[in-house]
Write a protein that binds this ligand. Structure first.
Ligand code: CTP
Length: 447
């Protein structure tokens, strides 16, 4: 019996796939089809796969062409499969021409002509067109423009900015002044906002009025009352209002939170997060200072996230200590917050004018998790114990600092009307509450 094997993702199964399977089957007597696992696709940069592994397997099964279906989970598995199943022929589409010649050592390799004019990528892009406008004054918008290329169906509809010096040439060409925000909104389905936090409320409410979904750099607002109003507006209009906090979408971060919650270091007793970066304050003139984010706005949300995700948002007390920039009563160069919970404590340090070690330490009754600096864009962390022989290092892939995963998730949220909880709304609300208190100058110690 001649055994043939072929592999693919088979997302939104189309006639190109079916023709491939038919011709692969005709090469022998028994066809094995390898369907890629989600984690394998992610690792090779295929982020937008729409259907779950089970749905894709079911679609392949329904063609009636596969005699056996297996799951492809890791790099190098093909050699293993060919040997294990006694495969005679490896068949694949001609888009892979030459790429699998190394398998000739194990079996015959056949490249079949790819069917022209159809692909899962095109089907996904056609189904889900989304025009995203960029609003604000930050070089991070360049990263969004770059990362949007990895998200099927997403196009940048334009840019509104009053400070274009840091923008890429492509974005500069599309940029219009903030006074023309309405015109950007009218040609967008959604917007990403990274304007100074003082303007978020205005920008978000106008976007929602125009029927645009909103992905807003956290904090969504600096006032809890305004946040409530915006949430109500978004809900009324069936629009998404989501925090942009890229660390939440980094696989290493997401997994470490799950591990900590699953009790791997015992009960969590302390969370300590530090995030600093040096804003060029001496070089910043009046105009620049208008757009510069202070420490609590720039880093507060990121630093608060692991605290609230692990210990919850019902802290008993918080002590805020801050150091203001000279002559700038609204600009904290450094802020430290200490939270006390019934059975735990937490602390955060954030700085735009003070530098420190940007690490994250989660201490538990059995061990601790250590994430080295800069922890907010890490692909690595360690779980450590008293007996160092039990320590474990965890590595995960991180492409585009998490921005592309966040965009994919935002797009999915819009399509399905359901936001997957990378960042719970209660956490988002609690972040705004702390920042809101900060601006009300409630019980702050100034140093
Ligand atoms: N295939 C084909 N003709 C097409 C599309 C795919 O022959 N028009 C073949 C591929 O060469 C591969 C198999 O079908 O051997 C599974 O391909 P897969 O990557 O799942 O499909 P694509 O449509 O290429 O998916 P994507 O656009 O996500 O890359």
């Amino acid at each position: 019996m001649k055994k043939v094997i072929t592999y693919g993702t088979y997302d939104l199964l189309h006639h190109g796939h079916i023709r491939l399977l038919e011709r692969a089957k005709a090469l022998g007597d028994y066809l094995i089809v390898g369907v890629t696992a989600d984690s394998f696709d992610q690792a090779r940069g295929k982020l937008n796969v729409e259907q779950s592994l089970m749905d894709r397997i079911e679609a392949v099964r329904a063609t009636g062409l596969a005699d056996e279906i297996i799951v492809e989970e890791y790099e190098g598995q093909k050699i293993d499969d060919i040997q294990r199943y006694g495969v005679d022929i490896f068949a694949i589409g001609s888009d892979w021409l030459g790429k699998f010649d190394y398998l000739k050592e194990y079996c015959e390799v056949v490249y079949l002509d790819r069917t022209q004019g159809i692909s899962s990528t095109d089907l996904r892009a056609k189904e889900h067109q989304l025009r995203l406008g960029l609003v604000g004054e930050s070089p991070i918008m360049n990263k969004f423009e770059h990362e949007s290329q990895f998200v099927n169906g997403l196009t940048i509809s334009g840019v509104c900015s009053d400070h274009t010096r840091h923008l890429s040439e492509t974005l500069k060409q599309q940029a219009m002044p903030m006074s023309e925000l309405d015109s950007l909104l009218s040609k967008s389905d959604a917007i990403y906002i990274i304007s100074n936090t003082r303007y978020h409320y205005d920008h978000i409410s106008r976007a929602l009025e125009h029927g645009c979904h909103v992905l807003c750099e956290s904090p969504i607002t600096i006032n809890s009352e305004q946040l409530k109003q915006l949430r109500a507006m978004a809900a009324e209009r069936n629009l998404m209002l989501v925090d942009s906090l890229k660390t939440a979408y980094s696989m290493a971060y997401y997994r470490l939170i799950l591990l900590a919650k699953s009790g791997i270091i015992g009960r969590v007793v302390s969370v300590d997060a530090t995030c600093t970066s040096m804003a060029n304050l001496e070089m910043s003139d009046e105009h620049d200072m208008n757009y510069l984010w202070n420490s609590i706005d720039a880093w507060g949300p990121t630093a608060m996230m692991p605290i609230f995700q692990l210990l919850g948002t019902d802290y008993c007390s918080k002590t805020v200590t801050t150091h203001l920039l000279e002559g700038r009563p609204d600009f904290d160069a450094f802020t430290k917050i200490a939270f006390v919970y019934p059975h735990a404590v937490a602390s955060l340090k954030v700085g735009q004018g003070v530098k420190s070690e940007g690490s994250l330490v989660i201490s538990g009754t059995k061990g601790y998790i250590y994430v080295p600096a800069p922890w907010w864009k890490t692909d690595y962390f360690e779980v450590r114990y008293e007996n160092s022989a039990e320590n474990r290092r965890h590595f995960y892939q991180l492409d585009g600092e998490g921005i592309r995963y966040m965009l994919v998730s935002f797009l999915k949220a819009i399509q399905t009307g359901r936001h997957i909880n990378y960042l719970d709304q209660t956490v988002s609300d609690a972040i705004v509450k702390v920042i809101s208190d900060f601006y009300r100058k409630e019980k702050i110690i100034f140093i």
